[in-house]
Design a protein around this ligand. Structure first.
Ligand SMILES: Nc1ncnc2c1ncn2[C@@H]1O[C@H](COP(=O)(O)OP(=O)(O)OP(=O)(O)O)[C@@H](O)[C@H]1O
Length: 290
């Protein structure tokens, strides 16, 4: 349509966050195009979840405006704040927020648009590998299964904007790769504007064509995920030797690995995504034990 805007979301948002270190102003100006998938990267506690919650209408901004499809979802000066149900934004939370007394199928059916059939809901469960567990309640599912159910439920509502807050974090590698495939193929067949919070650079590169990095409440980088992740890895973020025990090593698709470490010594420096660390194996003892 001539003159039609391709901008789906136009965000100008301010909110003072009560962080452990004191108040931090979350100050976001961002335009997102229709059908775009944007990965949101950044250190813990920098406002990524709060940004998604403000778009969904679950957290009130202190000031600013959210325009979607040219309509105001929020406008502080005009006193406009549409409730979450009127925003057509589907959100997958870190804590899943499933209905505990409904079966997996019930959760998906409840979220579906009027007129959608039970078999449509079953097809969604199949897409996330849960068809055999359709009759189970969330409490009977593992964390990863609940995460997949939360994703199916968000998709069932056929939202205009999909807000994913680390939606694949509780999954093992194989399931994570499968769901990434499913998300990619869904994006190809039904492009849905998506904001994806992730701590996994490989996931950002795989699922998104654009990434933003939030630091101290502000967007400090915006562009191609490949370029942004490489720049982060090259940046002089705090580096230090790490001392402790590796609890878990999770190989990543790009050949790297995520290490979960306990008892680390971080002399005066906070580790951030992009930090360089040096792991030293302790010297072997004379009897070969370490
Ligand atoms: N409604 C609110 N009002 C004020 N501060 C808030 C509000 N909600 C969250 N915060 C604070 O904002 C900070 C950022 O939280 P948020 O969950 O958005 O960060 P995050 O970047 O998503 O972190 P993580 O990567 O660990 O999930 C936290 O210190 C939190 O306590």
């Amino acid at each position: 349509m001539p003159g039609a805007t391709t901008t789906l979301l136009d965000l100008h948002l301010r909110k003072t966050l009560n962080c452990a270190t004191g108040p931090v102003l979350l100050d976001i100006d961002l335009k997102i195009e229709r059908g775009e998938t944007v990965a949101i990267l950044g250190p813990s506690g920098t406002g990524k979840t709060t940004l998604l919650r403000m778009i969904a209408g679950l957290t009130a901004p202190d000031d600013g405006r959210i325009t979607a499809f040219g309509k105001d979802w929020f406008d502080k000066t005009q006193g406009v704040s549409r409730p979450p149900r009127d925003r057509r934004a589907g959100m997958v939370f870190q804590d899943y927020a499933l209905f505990p007394n409904m079966s997996a199928l019930g959760n998906v059916c409840f979220a579906q648009r009027r007129g959608r059939s039970r078999s449509h809901a079953l097809a969604l469960l199949e897409r996330v590998g849960l068809q055999a567990l359709a009759g189970q309640r969330p409490g009977q599912l593992s964390g990863g299964q609940q995460q997949r159910l939360a994703l199916a439920r968000a998709l069932a509502a056929e939202p205009d904007v999909l807000l994913l807050d680390e939606p694949l974090s509780a999954l093992d590698n194989r399931m994570r790769a499968e769901l990434q495939d499913a998300l990619l193929s869904m994006q190809q067949s039904h492009p849905t504007t998506t904001l994806l919070v992730t701590h996994d650079p490989a996931e950002a590169r795989r699922l998104a064509k654009r990434a933003i990095v939030l630091e101290h409440g502000r967007i400090v980088a915006d562009g191609n995920p490949e370029t942004i992740v490489s720049a982060q890895l090259r940046s002089p973020a705090p580096s230090c030797d790490v001392e402790g025990f590796i609890l878990r090593a999770t190989p990543q698709q790009d050949g790297s690995a995520i290490y979960h470490i306990i008892g680390t010594r971080q002399p005066g420096k906070a580790l951030l995504p992009g930090s360089r660390v040096t792991l030293h194996a302790p010297p072997a003892t004379p009897d070969g034990l370490s």
